[in-house]
Design a protein around this ligand. Structure first.
Ligand code: FES
Length: 106
């Protein structure tokens, strides 16, 4: 299974293996990563699953759909070039070893 490292705002890191096809949001919720709220449960309706993705993996991510782009614009924390909504990114072998940071607020 591909692995992912989540880094919370206080620097705590969680290195976890996720099944192929699981979303980065699901992995965070199931493993008690602090700071991923996911109010809408993954329906791309809340932007409280905002993450910053390690730049090295940006070109391996699935293309952002318009729906995600629009929702992300309403995120509470600063939106950066490496911002994504974690419920819209599914784990794949290509993403093995990815690192994501949780923003200061959601
Ligand atoms: S969980 Fe609501 S937009 Fe991702």
């Amino acid at each position: 299974m591909p692995s992912i490292t989540y880094i919370e705002t206080n620097g705590t890191s969680h290195n976890i293996e996720l099944p192929l096809g699981a979303t980065i949001m699901e992995g965070a919720i199931q493993n008690d990563v602090k700071g991923i709220v996911a109010e809408c449960g993954g329906s791309c309706m809340c932007a409280t699953c905002h993450i910053y993705v390690d730049e090295k993996f940006l070109d391996k991510l699935p293309t952002m759909e318009e729906e995600e782009q629009e929702m992300l614009e309403g995120a509470t924390a600063e939106v950066k070039s490496n911002s994504r909504l974690s419920c819209q990114v599914r784990m794949s072998n290509e993403l093995d070893g990815i690192m994501v940071r949780v923003p200061e607020e959601q």
